[in-house]
Ligand binder design. Structure first.
Ligand SMILES: O=C(O)C(=O)C[C@H](O)[C@H](O)COP(=O)(O)O
Length: 216
């Protein structure tokens, strides 16, 4: 299965901020046990490359690198085993470095101009970030009208209370969010809480898109 299809079938991508890479394996285990074998590990902390490497060594979880701002971070992410690269905004340099490595780039785009810029770089799936303050689901539905082939992954302000509104839109591949991996629970090594929150999130997503199938 390619990355885009895997994200589409997960429907939900946990956005992870890890302070200590030694917790990565247990955190990945909690996500997998909760039914969500995917994670976007952000370069917000220096632990990111080691965390990605530890998770990717498990072989049972699809890993993206998040908050990738520079081509050098693309190199680090790919060397650590990231299968795709996410940025909060659209950087030509980052997208081109991803292409050199042959990994999928998911840049942020929330305006028609940004979506067109992504299309010009050969991309058809973008992260819609920050989703909540950029118009939310109605903004994505409006953008999807002229950009019929573009797919969106709304992230930022997405949670249990509003994910259904996003997942109902055909152009939404998946949503991203951090609520199932609260930083304080991770710091406390409370991976059972992460597993529980993940299980609940997966159940919610299933209820929100019961008929979804790959290709939808
Ligand atoms: O660091 C990045 O590049 C990001 O991707 C930002 C995250 O996607 C959001 O911060 C997650 O948003 P919440 O679910 O509202 O916490």
């Amino acid at each position: 299965m390619d990355i885009a299809s895997a994200l589409r079938s997960a429907r939900l991508v946990p956005v992870v901020v890890l302070d200590d890479a030694r917790d990565a394996d247990a955190l990945a285990g909690a996500l997998v046990a909760g039914g969500l074998p995917v994670a976007e590990v952000t370069f917000r902390t220096p632990a990111a490359p080691d965390a990605i490497r530890a998770m990717s060594d498990r072989g049972d979880i699809l890993l993206g690198a998040g908050t990738v701002l520079t081509p050098a971070q693309v190199d680090q992410a790919v060397a650590a085993g990231a299968g795709y690269v996410v940025s909060p905004g659209l950087s030509r340099a980052v997208v081109e470095r991803c292409a050199e490595h042959g990994v999928l780039a998911l840049p942020g785009a929330v305006t028609a101009t940004e979506v067109q810029a992504a299309l010009e770089l050969g991309l058809t799936t973008v992260k819609f970030f920050p989703a909540g303050t950029s118009g939310g689901a109605p903004a994505i539905a409006a953008l999807a009208a002229p950009f019929g082939d573009v797919r969106f992954i709304p992230t930022g302000g997405v949670g249990p209370a509003n994910l259904e509104g996003y997942l109902r839109i055909d152009a939404v591949v998946a949503v991203g969010g951090s609520w199932m991996v609260p930083r304080d629970r991770v710091a406390a090594r409370d991976f059972e809480a992460v597993r529980r929150l993940t299980t609940d999130a997966v159940a919610l997503v299933r209820r929100a898109s019961p008929t979804t199938s790959p290709g939808h």
